[in-house]
Design a protein around this ligand. Structure first.
Ligand code: ATR
Length: 283
């Protein structure tokens, strides 16, 4: 029930029609018995500053920010969490006395999703496919959480090199190595964790995988696709067919929400409540 004590949170994005975030937060609020509501708002870039200032004026608890505002919103914040500042993008704003503080729970949410599937990054040799926004965040995560080596394979090797340089420098590591897409042919023949961070395979292009050669999938012990629509991508099918374990990115979406909810409400969500939420998202 909404009453005089109800706290409010919102999503600012464009478009927002297909977002699952209201399901995540309103379900969590109910399960955790927290008096909070979450609403999606379609916001044009030209209105972003007013939207953030408006949320402050309305005494909102926090915001999520999604495409295309994740970097553009940074100048309107009073503070940015250190890891989010490396990425230069935030997806969660938390109200503080000074203003909104920005966090990137896409990063921490991906880590929590991997751990929930029993996938470690620390000490791992990882093949990361892609060098766009999603893959770049995953590259930061791997470097910041102790991966021993990351082979960053991308169609444009130049882009892969730029991401590798930036991540190695900011994370003060030397673990990311850029390669062209068929660079896997030069790698030692053993099993790797592979994170699929390209946009290939996203609905409606569900019959495509960024690497189609079946020999590649012999190198994969676990394949984590950041894509979650469709629920089973061609990349995942190819991993399964070669005997590896495959996961889609829906849990990353779940846990970026769980982490945001925890930051706003200064609470810890129980695994059973996160799991209940996950089941609602799949409906
Ligand atoms: P996102 O924000 O989802 O990461 P993006 O920044 O547009 O999207 O990045 C898309 C990624 O998918 C890039 O790594 C892109 O490779 P390039 O950097 O070479 O463009 C990759 N990608 C998209 N279509 C591809 C295709 N048909 N084959 C191989 N890689 C592709």
């Amino acid at each position: 029930m909404i009453d005089g004590k109800t706290k409010t949170c919102a999503l600012l994005g464009n478009p927002v029609e297909h977002t699952l975030s209201p399901i995540i937060h309103n379900t969590l609020a109910q399960r955790c018995q927290i008096n909070m509501v979450y609403i999606p708002f379609l916001v044009e870039g030209s209105q972003l500053r007013q939207a953030v200032e408006g949320a402050r004026a309305l005494n909102m608890l926090g915001l999520n920010v999604t495409v295309p505002h994740k970097s553009a919103v940074c100048p309107f914040l009073s503070e940015i969490d250190k890891e989010a500042s490396y990425i230069g993008a935030v997806n969660t704003l938390v109200s503080t006395p000074e203003g909104f503080k920005g966090y990137n729970t896409d990063l921490t949410g991906l880590h929590r999703a991997l751990l929930s599937e029993g996938i470690q990054l620390s000490g791992e040799e990882i093949i990361l496919l892609g060098a766009g926004g999603a893959a770049r965040a995953a590259a930061f995560l791997c470097a910041l959480r102790g991966a021993s080596q990351v082979y960053l394979l991308n169609r444009s090797q130049e882009k892969a090199e730029a991401v590798a340089r930036e991540v190695n420098q900011k994370a003060e590591r030397d673990c990311i190595r850029a390669m062209e897409l068929d660079g896997w042919k030069q790698l030692p023949a053993k099993k790797y964790l592979v994170i699929q961070g390209t946009s290939v395979g996203l609905a409606p292009h569900t019959e495509e995988a960024v690497i189609e050669d079946k020999a590649f999938y012999e190198l994969v012990h676990t394949g984590y696709d950041l894509v979650y629509r469709p629920a089973e991508t061609k990349f995942m099918r190819l991993v399964n067919e070669a005997g590896g374990k495959a996961f889609n990115g829906l849990k990353m979406l779940l846990y970026q929400g769980v982490e945001a909810f925890e930051l706003w409400n200064n609470t810890k969500v129980r695994e059973e409540d996160a799991y209940f939420c996950y089941e609602q998202m799949k409906k």
